[in-house]
Design a protein around this ligand. Structure first.
Ligand SMILES: Cc1cc2nc3c(=O)[nH]c(=O)nc-3n(C[C@H](O)[C@H](O)[C@H](O)COP(=O)(O)O)c2cc1C
Length: 234
């Protein structure tokens, strides 16, 4: 699937899309992006499970594999998260609109988020990646980084697998603004921490391209500020 190719139409069973996982890695990486507008059409469980299976190939601290994934399809549970998302978006969205004044790209992103907020119940599947273990206070940034670093590589694998099979997906956190509420909605024990949500469905639009800073703007050689790879610092 190229950058502007639409999602598969017709047969969207796992058997029909599984071979798409052989997409070149570079193509999946270059075209994976936050696809928020998706169709309400069902997604084969086998596709979701394969995405999660590939997510499990990611590293974790000490190979702890201290993760669990909740697949949400129940409309009532989705509605509860939709209400949470709307609550957070009322505050965050109005701030975003104020900051985006005059920035057409940002306005487009905010429009897509608004669509997702308004249509959250219609999204066929939500995957909630969770970390398992005692809830500790992480005093140092290294401890915090190691903690959350044990879930996000798996989330990126999940996003890439979804993209390769033609699914639209995004990584979101706003519906989890209240850890207490999120835990209650999913009936999670105190030892299981929901980290983000990946809403998934067949995309309404097209993939990519993404806008990112050039590598020369973000790379330093040996010492911060040494832009040896080409950026003059502008
Ligand atoms: C930690 C994290 C939290 C995010 N939370 C949200 C969210 O709550 N809602 C949303 O619409 N997007 C959320 N995003 C998605 C980002 O806005 C998105 O990845 C970024 O704009 C780049 O989009 P692109 O890949 O389409 O260019 C989140 C991304 C990350 C990494």
């Amino acid at each position: 699937m190229t950058i502007n190719e639409r999602a598969p139409e017709g047969d969207r069973s796992f058997d029909a899309v599984r071979d798409r996982l052989s997409m070149p890695l570079v193509e999946a990486m270059e075209t994976q992006r936050a696809v928020r507008k998706v169709l309400p059409d069902e997604v084969d469980d086998a596709i979701v499970l394969r995405c999660i299976e590939l997510a499990l190939k990611a590293p974790t601290g000490s190979n702890g594999q201290n993760w669990e994934f909740i697949v949400v399809k129940d409309p009532e549970i989705k509605a509860e998260f939709a209400a949470q998302y709307r609550r957070a978006w009322r505050l965050y969205g109005s701030l975003g609109h104020r900051l985006a004044r005059g920035d057409e790209t940002m306005k487009k992103v905010l429009g897509a988020v608004q669509w997702q907020v308004d249509n959250f119940e219609q999204i066929p599947v939500l995957v909630v990646p969770c970390l398992v273990g005692p809830q500790r206070f992480y005093p140092g940034s290294l401890a915090r980084s190691s903690h959350y670093g044990s879930i996000y590589p798996s989330v990126q694998n999940l996003l890439l697998a979804a993209r390769a099979m033609g699914l639209g997906a995004s990584l979101i956190t706003l519906p989890l603004w209240s850890g207490y509420k999120a835990r209650k909605i999913l009936n999670l024990p105190a030892t299981v921490q929901p980290c983000c949500i990946v809403p998934m469905g067949w995309p309404r639009g097209r993939y990519g391209p993404t806008t990112r800073k050039p590598v020369s703007k973000v790379v330093h050689l040996d010492s911060y500020g040494n832009r040896a790879f080409g950026d003059s610092g502008a």
